[in-house]
Design a protein around this ligand. Structure first.
Ligand code: CA
Length: 263
């Protein structure tokens, strides 16, 4: 009885999966990079880099290459997209990446005089002008916050230059594992919508659907001036810090969906 059931499920997947993501044509794709054509030690074409980050072949989601973030106690290790491609994202875009954190992951360093520590980390962020206050902000489209036990919550966060920061955080916690995790995000200025998905499942705790012209606590910009992908932890991690791999990066006008892992 098992075999027919499996066949039926596979057939169902084959039918439903392409349908779900079939709307993304080549014209909708701004970046789609499995990192296989970038030499070890280099970064993909169309990006500049900050900190210790480069293509490596010690881990991969697809093929043999991924982007490796070397450990650091704190600070940024990221690649920044070329301005023409940032402009192509316009006021609405989807993003996708797979990531994996080396385990055991480091813990927050407890600041002097405090009983516990936490680490706020950004994986994807863009600098832009606030549609609310018309001042410089950074919209952090993929981020997480690690607590003292090492558990973490995903969050949407906006850092303003003069008005402090705001954000919305997942209600439940996650643990870093040795598995590749699929992250997808969607931002739309026209409807002030933000969505975030983990392994295809939306984290509705941090979804925003504010509506046209409703910028308060969303501030999704009409355009980004910069767009960066990597790992920036603002508070100190225990030595040697986080080592992270990222693979199968995609940015575009439509949801791009999952890609096959290497076998
Ligand atoms: Ca790859």
């Amino acid at each position: 009885m098992k075999l027919p059931l499996l066949c039926f499920s596979a057939a169902l997947l084959a039918v439903s999966t392409p349908h779900l993501f079939a709307q993304a044509s080549a014209a909708d794709i701004v970046v789609s990079d499995d990192l296989e054509s970038t030499a070890v030690g280099q970064i993909p074409q169309g990006f500049t880099k900050t900190g210790a980050i480069a293509v490596a072949d010690d881990q991969a989601h697809s093929g043999k290459h991924s982007l490796k973030i070397e450990p650091a106690i704190k600070g940024g290790r990221f690649i920044t997209l070329s301005p023409d491609k940032v402009a192509a994202l316009g006021g609405e875009h989807w993003g996708r990446l797979y990531y994996k954190v080396k385990t055991p992951a480091p813990l927050p360093v407890i600041p002097e005089g405090k009983k516990s520590g936490s680490i706020h980390t950004t994986l994807v962020a863009g600098k832009c002008t606030s549609p609310l206050a018309n001042d410089p902000i950074e919209v952090r489209l993929v981020g997480l916050s690690v607590n003292g036990t090492g558990a973490f919550k995903y969050l949407y966060n906006v850092q303003t230059k003069l008005r402090g920061e705001f954000g919305v955080s997942q209600k439940t916690t996650n643990q870093f594992t040795d598995e590749w995790t699929l992250l997808e995000w969607h931002a739309d200025t026209a409807t002030q919508t933000y969505q975030f998905f983990v392994n295809g499942q939306e984290i509705t705790d941090i979804a925003l659907h504010k509506g046209a012209g409703q910028y308060d606590k969303s501030e999704i910009p009409a355009k980004f001036d910069t767009y960066s992908i990597g790992w920036t932890n603002y508070q100190a991690a225990t030595d040697p810090g986080f080592t992270v791999w990222i693979d199968d990066i995609a940015l575009g006008k439509k949801r791009l969906g999952p890609v096959a892992a290497h076998k």
